[in-house]
Design a protein around this ligand. Structure first.
Ligand code: C2O
Ligand code: CU
Ligand code: CU
Length: 415
């Protein structure tokens, strides 16, 4: 923080060039660099001030996905930053430790802006002393997973044809092709973000070892959940802790899953463990005390069509839902078409059930984005914040970015 106690973050949206295949640099966009943006970090209680300067040739925005803040600071489609302008939102971080992220949200253009490289992680810390691996870059590692495809001339192919839009056949992790990581500790924590436009990944290790999910979008789980695979749809975050043996090599992979979006069979990143591993923080039996969802005062239903919600397309001038400050509500998602997912700005929610069944244990923590497979009903217990603003809406939408751009998005205000 500066002398005034405010933590300032200068961010510059800029053009760049990045090598996404050996010897073939392509035109990209980045934040303070050629591709993607820096990992930002703040603590609960911090006052943060962003200075987002747009040096691109077209207007964009920067949205803080997973951050609980006033609607004017949210960086949705109503907070456009014109070329040459600087946007300076400021807020006080007030939520538990979590892995959030940021990306543009210009209405109708989000897919292209994210695909060209505008995204980054924003880590929130709090005072709760949980004994998880926590040394950034050593045993606490961000993994931004994205898929790319290229045109004949070698440049990025951002043609969003097809039902789901861009599905690439080249995987980048943190903007890097053929990625590897040298493990130096007995345990390592990976903060996995699906930063892809459409792909849903089913992630696990090549040798099918068991590891633990410790957190999701909105923070830590009650306790570590052992898994061998987890599914992650665009915009979701999953935090895992994996154990390593000295000298071993193992791949993290995406396996062919059961979603109609197609996970594909991909190598994500290669881990090579050092011959001598330093003992790292283990796995605490208890991670967080999660209060059960409060008693809901209202139920709303959202019917997910092919590219609409409740048969309506996004309209920047229409407020779809009005929610009372601090309300707890049930949001019922009824997907009558192919797979979608659903993200709500500002809130945290808990997944109550998927087609009447309890969700898998690792999806029972606080979240802001959920996969809604083809033909299923998902019920969410949503907790809204207390930043009221009757005029400035927050968004809810499918995070398959082509669908979002097509208008599968609605607006709510908190009053
Ligand atoms: Cu990841 Cu409306 O955003
Ligand atoms: Cu968001
Ligand atoms: Cu969708």
């Amino acid at each position: 923080p500066g002398p005034d106690g405010v933590k300032r973050f200068p961010l510059r949206l800029q053009e760049g060039r990045a090598e996404m295949r050996p010897g073939k640099p392509v035109g990209t966009w980045g934040i303070n660099g050629d591709y993607l943006g820096p990992t930002l970090r703040a603590k609960r209680g911090d006052r943060v001030a962003m200075n987002v300067t747009n040096t691109l040739g077209e207007a964009s925005t920067l949205h803080w996905h997973g951050m609980r803040l006033p609607a004017k600071m949210d960086g949705g489609p109503h907070q456009m930053i014109n070329p040459g302008d600087t946007w300076s939102p400021e807020w006080t971080v007030d939520q538990p430790a979590a892995t959030t992220w940021y990306h543009p949200h210009p209405h109708g253009q989000t897919a292209r802006h994210v695909y060209r490289g505008l995204a980054g992680m924003f880590l929130i810390d709090d005072d709760k002393d949980v004994a998880l691996p926590r040394t950034y870059g050593t045993d606490d590692i961000p993994l931004v997973i994205q898929d790319k495809k290229f045109k004949d001339d070698g440049e990025l192919n951002d043609n969003t044809g097809g039902t789901f839009g861009i599905l690439g056949d080249h995987i980048l992790v943190n903007g890097t092709y053929g990625p590897y990581f040298q493990v130096t500790t007995t345990n390592a924590r990976f903060r996995v973000l699906n930063g892809s436009n459409a792909r849903v990944y089913d992630i696990g290790f090549a040798d099918d070892r068991t590891f633990h999910v410790v957190g999701g979008d909105g923070g830590l789980l009650e306790k570590p959940v052992p898994v061998r695979r987890f599914q992650i749809s665009p915009g979701e975050r999953v935090e895992i802790v994996a154990g390593f043996q000295p000298g071993e090599q193992v791949l993290l992979k995406s396996f062919d899953g059961d979603s109609d979006i197609g996970s594909g069979d991909f190598d994500l990143i290669k881990f090579t463990a050092a011959e001598r591993l330093k003992p790292s923080a283990g796995l605490p039996g208890r991670l967080a005390d999660l209060a059960p969802p409060a008693k809901p005062t209202k139920t709303r239903t959202f019917r997910l069509g092919g590219s609409n919600i409740n048969s309506r397309n996004m309209d920047m001038t229409r407020i779809d839902e009005v929610v009372a400050a601090g309300a707890s509500e049930i949001w019922e998602l009824d997907n009558v078409t192919y797979s979608h997912n659903f993200h709500i700005h500002e809130v945290v929610f808990r997944v109550l059930d998927i087609d009447g069944e309890q969700p898998p244990e690792h999806l029972r923590g606080p979240k802001d984005t959920v996969f809604v497979p083809s033909g299923t009903k998902v019920r969410l217990a949503v907790e809204f914040g207390r930043h009221t603003d009757p005029k400035t809406p927050y968004m809810y939408h499918c995070h398959i970015l082509k669908h979002e751009d097509q208008g599968m998005m609605g607006q709510f205000v908190i009053v």
